[in-house]
Write a protein that binds this ligand. Structure first.
Ligand code: X8Z
Ligand code: ZN
Length: 606
């Protein structure tokens, strides 16, 4: 479409005739016109984003038919405006423009993470589907037995983390997945509509639109992901091998067969995406890290809001301003008892300025303590780039946005916990393997999941995985990348991808894979700046103003420059690079190699 529009313009003005005809009045627009167009577009978009953000906040924190309808309406307004502006902007295709304007024109097209057909009725249909799927997921619950007692997702997750009885685990695992099949047809229609919109914008499909947000040709980006995955795969496979052996000891080889993928309900997480909840099953006694963060929080009687204060204090120590009063007044920190909310944690910037908030169903445990830092990372990023023009108020790429808070959380070393009064004494260095193992169960275990969610979606968007193979395609990827298997027969009556928030909510997922690589790169660079010497897993940048300044320099540009420029500001390097995560876990890799000696590792990739 892009090419066709620019060709038309060229043909119209070829030759002497052009000087004499009315077409001359339509001579190619100038860069000044493009600038004026974009200034006006940004003003209108900002208004629409703010309205839609408010409606979405209300819906997310109070799910009803009415709030869902209003959120859909506001979303339709953004979609309608963006698609109209993008169509109008096609007149600048083929015009020689400064990089900044060209960049903004591309961002205009990719800003929504979705696209829609030009027809307003179909735009409204797409918005209603999107808001409806988000509401259905948020309201989801598993009501087992006849007692009428229902478990919300946070309750199901908590049980799944603690229970070791395989029948109950399977029941919980299957119970949550019942939320998804009703969304299956809606999702297929959503894909159909969004693809039409993406094609109207000049992309092959919605997946290509997503990949266009990475400052490189979409195919080159795909290759970049494979390169990074190849770097970390040996570490993942070592961890997988060790964890499978531990689970086989616990449950027996009839349930966890050697040489095969691990049944997905045994890994302590609803999506088997992080495995720290089975730490006790896979850690030999001598690898006890010496403390457990959940216990420390409970012992110190740290409540939910106090957990957030720890996060704020960390950012303060780097030189960032305290959070505004409105953050404390307007955020949703805990699950309300009286209404449905979307519990999946998120960070918001309601006015694209200082009105930052988080929405979480916080519980006092180590996992949520890390998630708080994750969410605050988003909020501090949003504040840092608020001076940019609206189309640049975003991360350098999605991975940056997701990686900032996690970078801070990597600094929660035992010494840090002592400094803030949560731990009496740091355990001796020979306990580090336990800490590294527990962290790897989150960070390394996550990598293939972080990658495969969009591998599935990109194939769905391209038609490679059609609706009649949604579930099969999902499990093929789960098995190939993660080495996990469905614990019960699955069919196309199921819709297991839909039981993961980011599918019904249409949030791209590659950002998390990248964040898990980038956060170690950021950590390594900031530790250098803070003057740290010694192993990376012993570094905390808490209190380092120098590290804070470097971080601020990386956050401030937002999306105004290509991410390699921004990465260079933060780390001195222009490439994403997995050597930092490998360095960080090098002692663990050596330990895993010892543990796995004599074991047969790997699984049938399908
Ligand atoms: O969705 C999130 C954050 C909000 S942006 C809590 N994460 C992914 C997930 O939960 O699946 C963080 C890590 C991966
Ligand atoms: Zn996030």
């Amino acid at each position: 479409m892009k090419g066709r529009l620019s060709m038309k313009r060229v043909f119209r003005c070829v030759g002497v005739l052009c000087i004499l005809t009315a077409a001359c009045a339509e001579a190619p627009p100038s860069a000044d016109e493009a600038r004026a167009f974009l200034d006006a577009a940004e003003t209108r978009l900002l208004d629409a984003w703010i309205s839609a953000g408010r409606a979405s906040w209300i819906q997310n924190t109070y799910i009803t038919e009415d709030t869902t309808a209003q959120a859909a309406e506001a979303r339709t307004a953004v979609i309608g405006l963006t698609m109209a502006l993008a169509a109008d902007a096609a007149r600048f295709d083929g015009v020689d423009l400064p990089d900044d304007l060209r960049r903004k024109l591309l961002r205009l097209k990719t800003s929504m993470g979705v696209a829609a057909p030009a027809d307003p009725a179909r735009q409204a249909e797409l918005s209603a589907i999107a808001a409806g799927m988000e509401a259905a997921y948020g309201r989801g619950a598993y009501c087992s037995g006849g007692g009428g007692e229902c478990l919300s997702l946070p309750q199901l997750e908590r049980r799944l983390a603690e229970v070791r009885d395989t029948d109950e685990l399977l029941d919980l695992w299957l119970g949550w997945r019942a939320v998804a099949p009703p969304m299956r047809d809606s999702y297929a229609r959503f894909v159909e509509l969004a693809n039409i919109g993406a094609r109207d914008l000049g992309f092959a499909d919605l997946g290509e639109l997503w990949r266009a947000g990475y400052d490189m040709p979409p195919d080159a980006f795909t290759a970049e992901l494979e390169r990074l995955w190849d770097q970390v795969r040996p570490l993942y496979e070592s961890l997988h091998c060790h964890v499978r052996a531990g689970l086989a000891d616990e449950y027996g080889s009839a349930i966890v067969p050697p040489d095969e993928a691990i049944p997905a309900h045994l890994l302590g997480n609803m999506w088997s995406q992080t495995w720290a909840n089975v730490f006790d099953l896979v850690a030999p006694r001598r690898t006890d890290p010496g403390y457990d963060l959940t216990d420390l929080l409970e012992d110190a009687d740290v409540g939910e809001i106090a957990m957030v204060r720890y996060g704020e204090r960390f950012f303060n120590s780097l030189g960032f301003d305290p959070l505004p009063d409105t953050f404390w007044e307007r955020s949703l920190f805990v699950q309300p008892a009286d209404r449905d909310v979307v519990c999946h944690a998120s960070a918001w910037n309601l006015d694209y300025g200082s009105d930052v908030r988080i929405k979480m169903c916080l519980e006092v445990n180590g996992g949520d303590f890390v998630t708080i830092h994750h969410e605050l990372g988003h909020n501090y990023y949003q504040r840092a780039y608020r001076g940019q023009s609206p189309l640049y108020r975003d991360g350098a790429n999605g991975g940056f946005h997701e990686g900032i808070g996690d970078t801070i959380a990597l600094s929660m070393t035992p010494e840090y916990l002592v400094e803030v009064g949560l731990l009496d004494r740091a355990p001796p260095a020979d306990r580090d393997i336990g800490r590294l193992l527990r962290l790897a169960l989150d960070k390394v275990a996550f990598l293939p999941f972080g990658l495969l969610v969009d591998q599935w979606r990109w194939r769905v968007f391209s038609g490679d995985i059609p609706p009649e193979s949604y579930n099969e395609g999902w499990w093929d990827l789960r098995t190939a990348y993660q080495g996990v298997s469905p614990p019960a027969p699955r069919s196309e009556a199921d819709f297991d991808p839909g039981a993961k928030y980011h599918i019904p909510a249409n949030v791209s997922y590659t950002r998390y894979f990248l964040a898990h690589i980038l956060q170690f790169q950021f950590h390594r660079a900031l530790c250098e700046t803070a003057g740290h010497e010694g192993p990376l897993h012993r570094c905390s940048i808490f209190g380092s103003r120098e590290a804070g300044r470097r971080l601020q320099a990386m956050l401030e540009p937002g999306a105004s420059r290509p991410w390699p420029d921004v990465l260079e500001l933060g780390t001195g390097r222009r490439e994403m690079d997995a050597t930092a995560i490998l360095d960080y876990f090098a002692p663990l890799q050596a330990w895993l190699d010892e543990q796995n000696a004599g074991r047969s590792c790997g699984w049938e990739q399908g």
